[in-house]
Write a protein that binds this ligand. Structure first.
Ligand SMILES: [Zn+2]
Length: 372
C-alpha cells in the first residue's frame, strides 16, 4: 500500500538521488556569500493561473528554505515584464505588436488591473514566508549595465549567438519601437543591429512612419528595446552572474519548468560559455514543478481561452487567481502554500510534475468540473 499521505507515487529521478535536500542545489554557490538574491519573472499578461500561482509560491517557499538552511538573508526580485505583447497586427504579411506598457500609456489597458493579481499573490507569499520582495519593471531591467553589456556582446558577435538565439532563421529578435506609434516589428524583418562604440544601434522601419533608429547606450541609460525570450533569458543569466559581485550574493533564478531541460541545454548553458562566464560564477537555476492538463501537456491559460471546456473542463477559478480567491477564499492559497512547502522540503517532490486534478484535490471545497 502506498504510504504517502498525499497519495502520490515517486519514480526515482537522478537529481533527487544526487541531493539530500534542495538546499544542496545552491550550497556550493552560496559559500562565502553574505546574502541570497533570488529572481523570478512573469509576463504581466493578465491574471495568474494555477501554474503561475504554484510557481510563485514555490519560489518563495524554496527561498525561505535556502535562507533558513544556510543562515543567509534573502531577497526576492520579481521581474515584471510589462513588455509582454498586448496587441497584434499583420501589415503586408509582417507581424507587428504593441506591448502592455504602451497600451497602458495610451489608456487602452488598465495598468493597475494588469498587475494587481500578481502583486496580491506576491504580497501574500512574502508575508507567509517572511521573505521580502521587490518588483523590477522591464523598463528598469533593460537599462541595467550588465544587461546592456550582454546586448552589446550579442550585437558584436551575432554569428556566434544567432545559432543559439535564432536557430530557425538566424534573425535575432531585438526590437526597437516606432517613436511615433510604438509599433514593433515582431520578427525583426526590417532590423539592422550595429555594435557601435559604447552603444547598440537598432535601425528599423514602421509600416506607417518609415525608417527610424534607436540608440541604446551601454552605460549611460536612455534608449529602449524589447527582446524575445531567448535574448532576454541570456541577458538574465549574464545579469545574475554580475550580481554575485555587485551584491556579494549567491544569485539564484527560480522559474517554471519551461526554462529547464532543453531550453537550458540549448540556449542558456552554451550562451554562458560563449559569454565566457567562469563556471564558479554561473548563477544557480532552479525549476519548479510543471502543472499538467489532462492530456499530459503543460496547463495553459491561452489554450483554455481558445478552446474552453473542450481543452480542459476546469472551473474558471483555476485559470484566474482573482476568481480563485473570490470563490474559495484564502483557504485556497493556504492549501497551495502547504503543497509548495512540501516541494521546497523534499527533492523528490520538487523534481516531478503535478496534474491540475491533484492540485484541485488539495483545495477545500474544490470539485473539478463544477462551475465555480
Ligand atoms: Zn509608427
Amino acid at each position: 500500500m502506498n504510504p504517502d499521505p498525499t497519495g502520490l507515487y515517486f519514480a526515482p529521478t537522478g537529481i533527487a538521488h544526487l541531493t539530500a535536500t534542495n538546499t544542496d542545489l545552491i550550497r556550493a554557490a552560496a559559500r562565502d556569500r553574505s546574502r541570497l538574491r533570488v529572481t523570478t519573472a512573469a509576463q504581466l499578461n493578465g491574471h495568474p493561473h494555477l501554474g503561475t500561482v504554484t510557481t510563485i509560491m514555490a519560489t518563495f517557499a524554496l527561498t525561505a528554505r535556502f535562507s533558513h538552511d544556510l543562515d543567509l538573508p534573502a531577497t526576492l526580485v520579481f521581474d515584471a515584464l510589462e513588455n509582454a505583447p498586448a496587441e497584434y497586427r499583420t501589415i503586408n504579411g509582417r507581424h507587428y505588436t504593441r506591448n502592455v506598457e504602451d497600451l497602458v500609456a495610451s489608456g487602452q489597458l488598465d495598468g493597475t488591473e494588469r498587475a494587481s493579481g500578481f502583486r496580491r499573490l506576491l504580497a501574500w507569499a512574502s508575508a507567509r514566508s517572511g521573505v521580502p520582495w521587490q518588483e523590477r519593471p522591464y523598463t528598469a531591467y533593460q537599462q541595467l549595465a550588465p544587461v546592456r553589456e550582454c546586448l552589446h556582446a550579442i550585437a558584436r558577435r551575432r554569428p556566434e549567438f544567432a545559432p543559439l538565439l535564432a536557430p530557425a532563421d538566424g534573425r535575432i529578435r531585438i526590437r526597437p519601437r516606432c517613436p511615433r506609434c510604438r509599433l514593433m516589428d515582431k520578427d525583426a524583418h526590417h532590423l539592422t543591429i550595429t555594435a557601435a562604440d559604447g552603444a547598440v544601434l537598432l535601425d528599423s522601419a514602421c509600416p506607417d512612419h518609415g525608417p527610424y533608429r534607436e540608440t541604446v547606450p551601454v552605460h549611460s541609460g536612455g534608449g529602449w528595446y524589447d527582446a524575445n525570450t531567448p535574448v532576454r533569458s541570456v541577458q538574465k543569466v549574464a545579469l545574475l552572474a554580475a550580481e554575485r559581485d555587485l551584491y556579494d550574493a549567491c544569485s539564484v533564478s527560480i522559474d517554471g519548468p519551461d526554462w529547464g531541460g532543453a531550453w537550458f541545454a540549448h540556449v542558456i548553458a552554451p550562451a554562458l560559455a560563449l559569454l565566457g562566464v567562469p563556471v564558479r560564477e554561473w548563477p544557480v537555476s532552479v525549476f519548479t514543478p510543471m502543472v499538467l492538463d489532462r492530456t499530459g501537456g503543460k496547463l495553459s491559460k491561452s489554450l483554455y481561452v481558445k478552446y474552453g471546456t473542450e481543452y480542459a473542463d476546469l472551473p474558471p477559478a483555476f485559470l484566474d487567481l482573482d476568481t480563485l480567491l473570490d470563490t474559495y477564499g484564502e483557504n485556497a492559497l493556504e492549501a497551495l502554500w502547504e503543497e509548495a512547502g512540501r516541494w521546497a522540503t523534499e527533492p523528490r517532490r520538487l523534481h516531478r510534475s503535478y496534474t491540475v486534478d491533484y492540485l484541485a484535490s488539495l483545495i477545500p471545497t474544490a470539485r473539478i468540473g463544477e462551475a465555480a
